[in-house]
Design a binder for this molecule. Structure first.
Ligand code: SAM
Length: 287
């Protein structure tokens, strides 16, 4: 039999040997998870004995983490916009920087919703993080969220139900705007599309390239293929004075703004920076 502390030390050493960053923190989080405790509660019972079953569960989790599987997939959750979302290998783990897209959308929706119920389309919803955040924040809203991956949509639907907003979001499977008919138009269309150039995928951390869905990462040869296709399809589906909001990868703001300018029918696109001066979002209003 081992104490909780001895098990924590074993797990930390195992993760260190397998070159996992922050091995002690990872070990503590997984140990707490396997014992159904918070991290704070774990530190109170360091001298307790570990049960055999708890130890076996932990060993499995630690081996998965040692092989590079992201912590969020192992314990099955990620917080986004203060909402607890279920995540697994069917969906991208929502990143904190994507909250900028939510923030920008909310300021646009505040204007629209004073006059009418806004209609919003999110393309490539993954776990549903963005659409669910908007549904939580805006009392009256008509939301449609799509994905090319049927597996991702299963997770997104579960998350919407868990968050209590399933009646506010329609989920649709399909390739960008292909599921919609001409004449169906929205006040706001937003997306965090895949934007990693194909040549950069092999250089990504193993946690990402070996575990997160490639369909959520691959942006084609120059990383801009999905933007190109999406922007060319948008004008017929956006109402007059409607907004297009796109999260962008590093150094993509200029190219994406230029694509919107070349497509025509929009006012000059704006590039929104985060607090450290990194451009995160491009937004443009239709004429
Ligand atoms: C970068 S992930 C974003 C996921 C989620 N919106 C977020 O921000 O965490 C891109 C998503 O777009 C989906 N996707 C990729 N190509 C697509 C396409 N042609 N049409 C619709 N969805 C697509 C992927 O399956 C993935 O869920």
């Amino acid at each position: 039999m081992m104490t909780v502390l001895e098990t924590l030390n074993w797990a930390t050493d195992y993760l260190k040997e397998h070159r996992v960053d922050n091995p002690r923190l990872n070990a503590a989080l997984l140990l707490a998870h396997s014992m159904h405790l918070s991290k704070e509660e774990l530190y109170i019972c360091l001298h307790d004995q570990m049960g055999k079953e708890e130890k076996e569960t932990l060993e499995d989790l630690i081996r998965r983490r040692g092989s590079g599987e992201p912590l969020q997939y192992i314990w099955g959750h990620q917080e986004f916009w203060s909402i607890d979302l279920k995540v697994d290998s069917r969906v991208l783990i929502p990143r904190p920087e994507t909250e900028h897209l939510v923030e920008e959308s909310l300021s646009i929706l505040a204007n629209i919703s004073s006059k009418k119920i806004p209609s919003v389309l999110e393309l490539g919803t993954g776990s549903g993080a963005i659409a669910i955040s908007l549904a939580k924040e805006v009392k009256k809203i008509f939301l449609v969220a799509t994905d090319l991956s049927g597996d991702a949509l299963i997770v997104a639907r579960e998350n919407a139900t868990q968050a209590g907003v399933s009646d506010k979001i329609g989920f649709v499977k399909g390739d960008l705007l292909q599921p919609f008919h001409q004449g169906e138009s929205f006040d706001l269309i937003l997306s965090n599309p895949p934007y990693i150039p194909d040549s950069e995928i092999s250089g990504l951390a193993g946690e990402i390239k070996n575990h997160e869905p490639l369909i959520a990462l691959r942006g084609g040869e120059d990383g801009l293929e999905v933007y190109r296709k999406l922007i060319s399809q948008i004008p017929s589906y956006l109402k007059r004075e409607g907004w297009l909001l796109l999260e962008i990868g590093s150094a993509q703001a200029a190219s994406v703004s230029e694509m919107i300018g070349t497509e025509g029918g929009f006012q000059r696109p704006e590039r929104v920076k985060d607090l450290s001066g990194i451009e995160r979002v491009v937004k443009a209003q239709r004429n």
